[in-house]
Design a protein around this ligand. Structure first.
Ligand code: MSP
Length: 518
């Protein structure tokens, strides 16, 4: 049994991304969230867990209704068109989601209505009048104190004063129960700094929240009051339950809900770590097991490289993943996003940093290891890979990399998992330097060195598969193995399984060096 501090690793792993607003095109920031979730899902599949990976689009609310109107189409037409952009982007980035949810689907309306009716019947929803300053971009109310010079603190746009007769959720009734949940589930929100943020918010006192709107019709109708639709955030959070059949298939809910991890950006902690567990308590189900928070990718106003075909200061939201994929390849972008910015902290996105990691980690280390081994096997071993030796010094390095990488993936630290993996790549390259098999005569000695190097590559290939699935498949077949690393899984990563006697293919460079503009 693998160790983990989270309740999500008892053989099942349900991972979700935030559902993305269809008002923005997919960009590097949303790709960061989705690629991290994908790598975690792929890791857990490789480790033998049963996995459910959910992403999707958040399609209701005033912002969408306004955008559709500005574009002269109905909200439904607008969301049909724009939701597809996310599906296409995720296909391009080799995202392995098992389901893609749209909040305009019938299954979602059904779950939302059942979930909120349960809260209503449990006595936690009442009618009142709400007055507040509303930011349409956030789809959220602000108090006057939380505004920044009268503007929304996140979007720095004017807010509008709104007064509505609404249905309210009695969030204030859950203060003590939430504090108790945080105490009894110390790993509920990670990392620790973000847990403290959520706790501080609860300790600061919780106000009831207005959960319906009469001012718009683009939303899910309130079953007990047809003049209202649910407020978009209320409908959105429930997507995580819709996808596992809430209100339709209790067995599926029981199967997956105890194993859920919500991967979210830091600006939506309050919704996921305060509102959402309280809503679950009010509806009579367990709060989500785990919320893993990540930071933001930022662009420090630097210029795009000339090769990117643009110049001038850029915002992160201007950088389409496709542009980067065309320039660097899917797996290089995935690797960079996973390796460079640990989950939980902010990171700086730059073409220079991407180019530099590409050249050092991918071209010089991984690519070079695979290329030089294939070259020597071709010239000294007739192109047939020899079997490894049990007592190789690389065996210890491989075992360390395997246990270190596993622990890091289990603890939601893809950057560390990759760092551990790259230590093995470094050790294998150093082993080749030390033994210089290219200077040896064909025979037992060169066979032993090359067998060990091939086995190290085989282990590396298994370890990079969650982050760089296409590269892993390509290397696997270059060293003569059948199928894909995902067919055998991490249990096959113990030292010594490279069978030998397989044709090793040289192929084109996996990561041709990129000239830096700097
Ligand atoms: N629709 C809501 C989420 C509802 S979940 C029940 C929403 N959508 S969003 O499209 O605005 O943003 C979703 C997520 O995109 C953020 O939480 C974050 O995960 C990711 N990111 C958006 N910009 C980002 C960066 N600049 N950097 C990293 N992640 C970013 O909020």
């Amino acid at each position: 049994m693998r160790r983990s501090q989270y309740p999500c690793s008892v053989g099942r792993f349900y991972i979700t991304t935030p559902i993305y607003y269809v008002t923005d095109a997919p960009h590097v920031g949303t790709a960061y969230s989705t690629i991290n979730a994908d790598a975690l899902a792929r890791y857990h599949r490789l480790a033998g867990d049963e996995v459910l990976f959910l992403t999707g689009t958040d399609e209701h609310g005033q912002k969408v209704a306004d955008t559709a109107e500005a574009n002269g189409v109905t909200p439904q037409e607008w969301t049909d068109r724009t939701s597809q952009r996310f599906r296409d982007a995720w296909t391009m980035l080799n995202i392995s989601n098992d389901d893609f949810i749209r909040t305009t689907e019938d299954r979602h309306a059904e779950s939302v209505q059942k979930f909120l009716t349960a809260i209503y019947e449990n006595g936690y929803i009442y009618k009142g009048v709400y007055t507040g300053m509303y930011c349409v971009s956030c789809e959220d109310y602000y108090t006057s104190e939380s505004l920044n010079e009268g503007l929304c603190p996140i979007h720095r746009r004017p807010v509008v004063e709104m007064e509505e007769e609404n249905w309210f959720f009695r969030l204030s009734a859950f203060e003590d129960r939430l504090l108790e949940y945080f105490t009894s589930h110390p790993g509920f929100t990670t990392p620790e700094t973000k847990r403290n943020e959520a706790l501080a918010f609860i300790k600061g006192g919780l106000q009831d929240i207005s959960i319906t709107r009469t001012s718009i019709s683009w939303g899910i109708p309130v079953p007990w009051d047809s003049a209202h639709v649910f407020y978009v955030w209320y409908d959105a959070l429930i997507n995580y339950l819709t996808a596992i059949g809430y209100g339709r298939d209790d067995a599926e809910v029981d199967k997956w809900w105890p194993h859920v991890t919500h991967l979210i950006g830091k600006e939506i902690i309050r919704f996921h770590s305060v509102w959402w567990p309280a809503m679950c308590m009010a509806a009579g189900i367990e709060p989500p097991a785990h919320v893993q928070v990540h930071g933001w990718l930022l662009v420090g106003g630097q210029k795009l490289g000339k090769s990117m075909g643009a110049s001038g200061a850029v915002k992160l939201t201007d950088i389409a993943p496709k542009t980067l994929v065309d320039e660097f390849g899917v797996d290089a972008l995935r690797y960079f996003l996973l390796r460079d910015t640990p989950l939980g902290t902010d990171g700086e996105f730059s073409i220079e940093a991407l180019t530099s990691r590409y050249n050092s980690d991918l071209a010089n280390n991984l690519g070079n290891l695979v290329a030089r081994v294939a070259t020597v096997v071709a010239s000294k071993c007739d192109g047939v890979g020899p079997a490894p030796s049990a007592s190789s010094p690389l065996a210890t390095e491989a075992a360390d990399a395997l246990s270190g990488a596993r622990a890091a993936w289990e603890n939601f630290q893809p950057h560390l998992a990759l760092e551990r993996t790259w230590r093995l790549i470094g050790a294998a390259n150093a082993y080749l330097e030390t033994h210089a098999p290219w200077k040896m005569e064909p025979g037992a000695e060169v066979d032993q060195v090359m067998g060990d190097a091939l086995e190290a590559i085989r282990v590396v290939t298994l370890l990079i598969a969650p982050a760089m699935p296409a590269t892993a498949d390509a290397i696997w077949s270059r060293i003569g193995l059948d199928g894909s690393p995902t067919d055998v899984g991490l249990d096959a990563a113990a030292w010594g399984a490279y069978p030998g006697g397989r044709a090793v293919v040289k192929g084109d460079p996996l990561f041709p060096r990129i000239k830096s503009d700097a």
